[in-house]
Design a protein around this ligand. Structure first.
Ligand code: AMP
Length: 275
């Protein structure tokens, strides 16, 4: 596996790869979810690129930028073993040199749910993905359904700004008890880890209730009751799959989305509902 820490070197390495080129952007601390994205990219593309960049623009002032888990040595080994051809792992000053001022804003979609709880988060996500796409120039961008609002937002950016890349969304990889794999799961203590699968159970309960014909408010109330009493719910809702606007009744395709805090660790999850 080749790797680059500068934009110039990355352009040269990615530019020389046979096509189609698949690309998997990450913030590192890699787990089975990330590696599933790489596997999908391998299966579909002639070559695969990945990036590791803990993007300061998408963290709020009171969030976990400094403490975000980092494990660069193991990450490199995992990506090489998974068959990644080129890794781009820049420092923040390479991506945002002095004077950097651009921002990509996707409007209301970026201000709902995760965007409401984390002001500026999606502007940071869209801006870094735009930069990465311009450096890597992939044919297919692989994103996880785990971060559904992010995937929908990046898809909108690609359409609105005419990026010449296709998006492939990969289903969420879960632990055996249903907890969605996440780098942030490493923050959970054993008690919180035992409580955390209740977020997925809450989503399943909302889905079952909706499918049984119950109204949205009743379904959400049933789902909320599944969540561990020790957790603090940020939101649990039914939204349309295009704009993440709340739905009053089930209209497909849709997502059931949830976010909750277990101690100081904030986890998100969702279910995609389609016909
Ligand atoms: P992150 O490193 O958290 O920024 O995630 C990088 C990519 O991996 C994003 O497209 C995520 O949606 C995706 N991802 C994270 N966790 C999972 C998971 N459990 N299953 C599938 N994809 C995931």
């Amino acid at each position: 596996m080749d790797s680059a820490v500068t934009v110039e070197r990355a352009r040269a390495l990615f530019g020389a790869l046979p096509r189609p080129l698949g690309f998997v952007p990450t913030m590192g601390a890699l787990h089975g979810g990330h590696l599933e994205l790489v596997r999908r990219a391998r299966a579909r593309c002639a070559t695969v690129g990945a990036s590791i960049f803990v993007n300061p623009l998408q963290f709020g002032p009171n969030e976990d930028l400094e403490s975000y888990p980092r494990d660069p040595e193991h990450d490199r080994e995992k990506l090489a073993a998974a068959g990644v051809d080129v890794l781009f792992a820049p420092e923040a000053r390479e991506m945002y040199p002095p004077g950097f001022a651009a921002a990509v804003d996707l409007g209301a979609l970026g201000e709902r749910f995760e965007g409401a709880v984390r002001p500026g988060h999606f502007r940071g996500v869209a801006t870094v993905v735009a930069k990465l796409l311009n450096v890597v120039r992939p044919d297919v961008l692989f994103l996880g359904q785990k971060d559904a609002q992010q995937a929908v937002l990046v898809g909108k950016m690609i359409r609105d700004l005419d990026f010449a890349v296709e998006v492939a969304i990969v289903p969420t990889v879960r632990e055996s008890d249903g907890l969605a794999m996440s780098s942030r799961n490493s923050y959970l203590d054993p008690t919180q880890r035992a409580q955390a699968p209740s977020l997925h159970k809450a989503l399943l309960r909302v889905r079952d209730a909706l499918e049984a014909g119950r109204g949205k408010n009743d379904a959400i109330a049933e789902g909320t009751a599944e969540l561990s009493a020790a957790a603090k719910l940020d939101y649990l809702d039914l939204v349309d799959a295009r704009e993440f606007a709340p739905l009053e009744r089930l209209r497909l395709p849709a997502y059931i989305i949830g976010a909750a805090r277990f101690g100081s660790t904030r986890l998100i999850d969702n279910l995609w509902l389609t016909s």
